[in-house]
Design a protein around this ligand. Sequence first.
Ligand SMILES: Cc1cc2nc3c(=O)[nH]c(=O)nc-3n(C[C@H](O)[C@H](O)[C@H](O)COP(=O)(O)OP(=O)(O)OC[C@H]3O[C@@H](n4cnc5c(N)ncnc54)[C@H](O)[C@@H]3O)c2cc1C
Length: 389
Amino acid sequence: MAEYDIALVGGGLTGVALAGLLKARGKSVVHFAPAMEKDYRTSALMMPTVEFLAQSGLCEDPDSLGYPLRQIRIIDATQRLLRSPEALFDSKEIGREQFGYNFPNADLLAHFQKVGEGKDGHIDQIDARVGLIERRDDLFVITDSHQQEHHARLLVGADGKKSMVRQHFGFAYDEEPFEQSALVCDFEFERSIGDCSIEFHYENGPFTLVPAHNNKINLVWLDRHKVLNDTMGLSDEKFEQLLAEKAHHLFGHAKLLSKRFVFPLTNIHMRTAGKDGVVLVGEAAHAFPPIGAQGLNLGLRDVESFIEALDEVAPAGTPISASAARKISDRYAAKRTADLIKTSGFVDGLFKSLLSDFLPAQALRLSGLWALKTMQPLRKLAFKIGMGR
Ligand SMILES: Cc1cc2nc3c(=O)[nH]c(=O)nc-3n(C[C@H](O)[C@H](O)[C@H](O)COP(=O)(O)OP(=O)(O)OC[C@H]3O[C@@H](n4cnc5c(N)ncnc54)[C@H](O)[C@@H]3O)c2cc1C
């Protein structure tokens, strides 16, 4: 039976990005990527991530694919006693043309799928789920849902929030489900929102308008499950009225352009995302609510770090031995820990402060936003953390 360098589990954006880069490095890979339904969401990716995509060949021409995000406007739409001032952030403040781009996930995936084409490595794509993983001496023995067995020396779990790889190999993590879900859809307003992402902060979560091509707006609305489920039952007309209302009628009437989808939200935090020849990337290693556009940005930084660790230990053309596999997983874990702690802490703190009814927390958030509005050094620090560097 063939022995692969790497078994990669998961055909989401992080798994597919990694598969192409591994093939480009001449590795032999078995990639378990069961067919998925089309992902209609979009992802705001910050410039450091976009630069990585361009350099690595994952997306060489971001302008052709994404919509530039040049401004971020935050409006406190709560009825709370202490309300924050409106804040506007412009990418020019940090000497950039844009903070990042808003990409359709399906287009990103199609680009990522092309990266390995014509490269030296070897990938066997398996359109089946992994059913069982065992460790036999130095090999991972993986049985797929068609009862086929595959052998590899390094195992990568890119298998999402409910990661089987994470569970099976006993990675320590904390998981916290939320009362909130996220509703996403595409629509347009009578008047354009330009290239500004606008967040209306409500008591139960932000209602965020992200600009896209052709005046389209991608909505990411966080609210309690029940509120969103009730909203799903509204007619298109009633829903369009609600969209205009939630945006304070600033941009005129709304016209719905897509179906509506609801995603449940969970927090998953861990510190060590690699050990003993096994690594976790993307939501297998971390998950949080979609605020501040961090999830896929962090997932693609996982991909970048994994490739760095691989290049250090087993450069292009070198097969991966079992001891090299352990070294790679350890190096990867060491590279990721600080970023995992920092980004999870940032999103968690932000989300909980947005939702808090506790008066001192509101005061803290208010003073924080005032400080962000007025103090240049603090604004710069916030930009740095938000951009993921
Ligand atoms: C509403 C919403 C908006 C978002 N917006 C942004 C944004 O603007 N910016 C940003 O950076 N992030 C954003 N995110 C986060 C981003 O979407 C995720 O971080 C990203 O999609 C995760 O990709 P992944 O490849 O890690 O996981 P997934 O996309 O979950 O992929 C995991 C894959 O593994 C497969 N799998 C699972 N188990 C097995 C198995 N046993 N065998 C084989 N395959 C298996 C699944 O079928 C799936 O294809 C958003 C998230 C949500 C919910």
